[in-house]
Design a protein around this ligand. Structure first.
Ligand code: S3P
Length: 180
């Protein structure tokens, strides 16, 4: 275990952001890490660096299952390393070991966004193989229905909305401070 103090907050564990694709985990995670003076990691970025290609190409070449294996390993390593802020891919917590690690060994944060926001954000990015289909809205709805009960196990929730990221982060840090 580690302790880390900056801006009057002592973190005993990393902060892990979970939630749907396009909910704003990466954006909020970066801001949060900057505010705390911690490193920021995005599990998808690390996987892409390891593989030397994009998430979409990993799915195409090796399939989703291989991606999920590397994703689980990557997140285990990150959670058990130095203090940091970690944004995870939307499907990462489907893996039971990952979910157990995240919920038991981090400040888990569900970045919650409504469907309209998600659709707006995912439209800007084509590196999401699960949405490369006729009707991404139906797929997102299905994934949300499947995953929401897992996301809801997070210790904290950030309501993601355009424009008030700093306020949301301030509230989150106050809540984390309270349980510390
Ligand atoms: C996925 C989410 C993506 C990425 C992959 C699968 C998912 O990450 O890991 O495309 O299953 O929801 P983001 O949540 O960062 O978009």
């Amino acid at each position: 275990m580690f302790g880390y103090k900056k801006h009057d907050i002592i973190l005993q564990r990393p902060i892990v952001l979970i939630g749907m694709m396009g909910s704003g985990k990466t954006h909020l995670g970066r801001l949060l890490a900057k505010k705390l003076g911690l490193k920021f990691y995005d599990s998808d970025d690390l996987i892409e660096k390891k593989a030397g290609c994009s998430v979409a190409e990993i799915f195409e070449r090796w399939g989703e299952q291989k991606f999920r294996e590397v994703e689980a390993k990557t997140i285990q390593e990150l959670v058990h390393s130095k203090p940091s802020v970690i944004a995870t891919g939307g499907g990462a917590i489907k893996n039971e070991d990952t979910a157990a690690t995240v919920f038991n060994h981090s400040y888990s944060v569900w970045v919650k966004a409504d469907m309209a926001q998600i659709l707006k954000r995912v439209a800007r990015n084509e590196n999401r193989p699960l949405l490369a289909c006729e009707n991404p809205q139906d797929v997102l709805k299905k994934l949300m229905d499947e995953r929401e009960h897992i996301y809801s196990k997070a210790k904290f929730i950030i309501q993601s909305s355009d424009g008030n990221a700093n306020a949301a982060i301030k509230t989150l840090l106050a809540e984390i401070n309270e349980v510390n």
